[in-house]
Structure formats: C-alpha cells, structure tokens
Design a protein around this ligand. Structure first.
Ligand code: ZN
Ligand code: ZN
Length: 322
C-alpha cells in the first residue's frame, strides 16, 4: 500500500484518527506539523528562549526533536532532573541523553531533588511512610518536579517551560479534574497558557495533541534508546488515573479520534469560560515564597515536607487543619 500523503513511498503506519496510511517520513512530518501548530498558539515560535523538561523517556525525546526542527537549538535549554529513585535514575541513561542533546546542538542542564530540596525522592517517600502518611510517591515527585522546572526557567531566563505530556496524559488530567470538580485547575488546562503568578514561568505542553502511541512509534522509528525501565513507584500510582486511562482507551478503540475531539471541545469550552473569568495573582507560600493556591498560607510541597518531618517542626503552625 502506498502512503496517502506523498503517494510515493510504502505506507507503514495506519493512523486510526485520520483514517490515513502513512510512510515513515510523512508520519514524522505530520507529528512535527501538529506540534508546530500547538507551539505557535503557546507562544513558543515567538519566544526568546524555551526550557524543555527532558526525563530521557520517549515523550521528552520526541519533544526536543520536534521543537528543534522549527526553532533554533540556541533558543532551547534541555533540563533534566535526577529524582533519586533507586534503580531508575541510571548514570548510563544520563550519558545517552547528554550525547543525544549534543547531536541536536541543544544545551543540557541537570539538577537533582537531593541538591535542591535536600532529599532524594526515595528519602521523602520513606519519611512519609514512617509518619504514617498515605501519600503517593507521584504526589511528591510531581510537585517538586514542577517547582524545580519553574526555578530552572527563572534561572536560565526562559519565557516558557515545556513538558512532554501527550494527548493521553492531557485527557486523563482533564477527566480527573472534572471528576474532582476542580474548576480552577481545569480551565488552566486550555490550549492558550494563562499566567496566574508573576513567579511562575508559563508552562506549556506542545505534545498535547499527539497520541501516546504516536510518540512511542516516533521514538521507535527514530531509533532512540530511551529510558524504558518503569519507575518502581508505578505500582503506587493513583488508582483514579489508572481507571480513567482504561475508560478513555476503550472509548478511543470504539471511536478512533475520540481523545482528540474531547481535547478540542475542551479547549473551546475553556476559552469561553476564561473570557468571563478574572485571574488574580496567586498568594505566596510563607515558607519558600513559591506561589500557592488561593486561600492557602503555604504550598503543597512545603506541607508535604512538614508532615514527613523533613522541615523544622517550628513550621507545624502553618499546617492547614485537616
Ligand atoms: Zn509519504
Ligand atoms: Zn512552599
């Protein structure tokens, strides 16, 4: 079968949501073009400098490859975080990442939870368990990753910070916030980024319209050697996300293109709501100075550290009642 786009090469990929069969090159071009469109809405094309969070996983490699195909590598800083997870953050993986960024001409900078927070992720999780807290490791990891990515955006003077979240991740997050009824978080997920604090570097997700199977296929066809080891904490993943993931997969299987439709509809709705909403500056955490949610005195990260016994107990007084 020949490719439905170039009508020359042999098609090797069927794209259920578009109903087309594509050759390798046309598939790469299709993904890059869809990333470029999203990046344009997010302001990446006009940005002076953008920070890309790279974990070494397939999504992050596709992110750097796609973005560096339409903006100059000198405007990109790739940022890697070593969380400190036993058996997961391996030195040879970091070396592969460094070499790959070098071939793209992209600057790579690294940091770790240990050096910036004072504790590895494993140490935080262990302390929280000792205190009998019932908090998923992903809660620690996600919160501190966001903090470090934002700090790096400020440090390297980038206008934007981008993460490799794909379409599947994004729709899962939307559904979870819908189920939880978290409207303020929900409308921040729209396609045009909103700035809710002068201390937040605007966060964008250029792969938000690319299916997970597409990033997997892209990485595979490019021959990337990516981090394939699953995070050992994955068994403790929040069950709601796992349930939502199963639900949207069966939906997609029955009606290909459903995820894209959900996201496009969602973007339209969020834009309408936003035009009537006002976004006031978020309050600052009284301990670390980072922005926190309305009505809170401290941020979630500091709260987690206090509850785990990892911050001076004089801060106990800041804990919200629970
Ligand atoms: Zn083709
Ligand atoms: Zn804080």
């Amino acid at each position: 079968m020949t490719c439905d786009v170039c009508h020359k090469n042999e098609a090797i990929i069927f794209q259920p949501h578009s109903g087309r069969s594509l050759c390798k090159d046309c598939f790469f071009n299709d993904v890059k073009e869809r990333v470029r469109k999203e990046a344009e809405k997010q302001g990446i094309l006009n940005s002076r400098k953008v920070l890309l969070a790279v974990s070494g996983g397939k999504d992050s490699l596709v992110l750097v490859d796609a973005i560096s195909s339409f903006i100059s590598a000198s405007r990109i800083v790739a940022f890697n975080i070593v969380e400190g997870i036993g058996g997961y953050n391996r030195a040879e993986q970091a070396e592969k990442l460094r070499k790959y960024m070098e071939t793209l001409g992209v600057q790579l900078v690294s940091t770790s939870f240990k050096s910036e927070v004072g504790y590895t992720l494993d140490e935080m999780v262990r302390s929280s368990e000792v205190k009998g807290m019932n908090v998923s490791p992903c809660t620690f990891c996600g919160g501190f990753r966001r903090k470090l990515i934002n700090n790096a955006g400020i440090l390297y003077g980038t206008d934007l910070v981008a993460t490799g979240h794909n379409l599947d991740d994004e729709v899962q997050t939307i559904m979870i916030n819908l189920i939880r009824g978290d409207l303020s978080r929900l409308i921040r997920l729209g396609d045009v980024p909103i700035k809710v604090s002068g201390k937040f570097v605007t966060r964008v997700k250029p792969l938000r319209k690319i299916y997970e199977w597409e990033t997997t296929m892209y990485a595979y066809l490019k021959g990337y050697s990516f981090q394939e080891v699953e995070c050992p904490h994955i068994v403790n993943k929040p069950t709601l996300r796992a349930k939502v993931r199963d639900l949207i997969y069966s939906l997609e299987e029955e009606r290909p293109g459903s995820l894209l439709k959900i996201l496009e509809q969602f973007d339209e709705i969020s834009q309408k709501i936003r035009s009537n909403a006002s976004f006031t500056e978020l309050p600052r955490c009284e301990i670390c100075g980072d922005p926190t949610s309305y009505g809170r005195r401290i941020c979630k990260n500091c709260e987690l550290l206090i509850r785990s016994g990892l911050l001076s107990q004089e801060y106990q007084k800041y804990l919200p009642m629970s």
